[in-house]
Design a protein around this ligand. Structure first.
Ligand code: ADP
Ligand code: MG
Length: 396
């Protein structure tokens, strides 16, 4: 992807302008409480810069997948409050998206946050005409469009893609920073280059594995997806998570890795339990002998140590996906050991993925202990898969 023409914030005259800003405020919520505000905090530098330029700022963002319906639990109203706290100044919330009086009346130095843009069916519509109509409405609020919602740039959505065609535009600080890190990971990374992948599903990550296979020196596999790898090796995996339809693809990947001389690290021990529950009794077993009535919920201590050792030898490390069900303290050790190893990488260490970012914070690590914590899960992965990101293409 050619990105040399990505316009920066500084390249555009914002003095006293009305700015439409796309942010990614899609934070995890549990019972209405924000459990990780990383994406809100990551949005602040651009907003502050715009305000310092005397701009009037209208923010558009999404939360979850309301699919065109006004689902109250996916309202951005509570996010407006947290955003205002993080910003240290007032954020006016507009319940209206289309024909918003608050957006129309926004003044220099003020911030208006529009309600969840995905309440509008047109936002995610496949029909370009429908998307353009919404994009026109959003564009009517502003003189300039700033794209800073990195977590959504892989989507061809009205507020991400179509609106960029209607207004002078630039990338915000977050989008610029994310792309720069991704470039470092793809264009001549310092070696050895290690990638650690985990999380729930192989299907989410198969494209990345395939595209990175000939670029990395070592690839470590943990999380729920490791069991599809073990199954591909003909091992017994008990009641563990598995995507049977992907076993042939995984077999192919394993033999390609062998031909390429890429080291694929697979677990040698697993922490299993009889059921998927926080109170389930954990037992460590060999990866060769997972009992039929148990499921694997974390990598074992020997595996964690070997992943950590491999990571510490690397100069470039990209990690996406928790090593186990870190939400349950009994199954968080693998994720913790891997995170710890990343903190001492002498080159660049990047944590990608919403759950991975939330996991390292939940486990007590500070953002500053890592080279970079990406705010984008799908967006980073698609970039690393070698795909074009519509929201970035639109800025070129
Ligand atoms: P990210 O958002 O960082 O890309 P994913 O969404 O792919 O990560 O996966 C995160 C989820 O994977 C977590 O909720 C975690 O509980 C789950 N997970 C990890 N290991 C396992 C496992 N062995 N069995 C079931 N789920 C797992
Ligand atoms: Mg996730």
């Amino acid at each position: 992807m050619v990105l040399s023409t990505l316009a920066t914030l500084e390249s555009i005259d914002l003095q006293g302008k009305r700015v439409l800003l796309r942010c990614d405020l899609n934070v995890p919520l549990k019972d209405g409480v924000i459990t990780d505000d990383g994406r809100i905090r990551a949005s602040i530098p651009t907003i502050k810069y715009l305000l310092a330029q005397g701009a009037a700022v209208v923010i558009t963002a999404h939360l979850g997948r309301p699919k065109g319906e006004r689902k109250p639990e996916l309202s951005l109203a509570p996010i407006a409050i947290r955003l205002s706290e993080a910003l240290g100044s007032k954020v006016t919330f507009s319940d209206e998206i289309v024909n918003s009086a608050k957006a129309k009346g926004v003044k220099s130095g003020e911030v208006v946050l529009l309600e969840n843009i995905r309440y509008e069916n047109a936002e995610t519509s496949k029909d370009e005409g429908e998307r353009s109509a919404l994009a026109k409405e959003l564009a009517s609020y502003a003189d300039v469009f700033i794209s800073d919602g990195f977590g959504a740039v892989h989507r061809k959505h009205a507020s991400v893609y179509d609106v960029a065609k209607l207004l002078p535009h630039a990338a915000g600080y977050l989008v610029a920073a994310e792309i720069e890190v991704l470039k470092k990971l793809t264009q001549s990374p310092e070696r050895p280059y290690g990638v650690v992948l985990g999380g729930a599903k192989v299907s989410d990550k198969i494209g990345v594995i395939s595209n990175l296979l000939d670029k990395v020196n070592v690839l470590a596999i943990g999380g729920g997806m490791l069991f599809t790898f073990l199954a591909a090796q003909g091992k017994e995996i008990g009641k563990s998570l598995v995507e049977t339809d992907l076993i042939p693809t995984v077999k192919e990947l394993l033999s390609r890795a062998q031909e390429l001389g890429v080291k694929i690290l697979l677990p040698t021990d697993i922490i299993v339990a009889p059921e998927f529950s926080a109170d389930a009794t954990p037992t460590t077993v060999s990866a060769d002998s997972i009992p039929a009535d148990q499921m694997g919920l974390d990598i074992g201590p020997e595996t964690a140590a070997s992943f950590a050792a491999a990571i510490s030898e690397c100069k470039t490390v990209f990690w996406n996906g928790p090593m186990g069900v870190f939400e349950f303290p009994n199954f968080a050790n693998g994720t913790k050991v891997v995170a710890q190893a990343l903190t001492s990488v002498s080159g660049i260490s990047v944590v990608g993925g919403g759950d991975s970012a939330a996991a390292v914070r939940k486990l007590g690590f500070k953002d500053s202990q890592f080279g970079y914590i990406s705010t984008g899960g799908g967006a980073s992965l698609e970039y690393l898969e070698g795909k074009e990101l519509p929201g970035i293409v639109a800025l070129n």
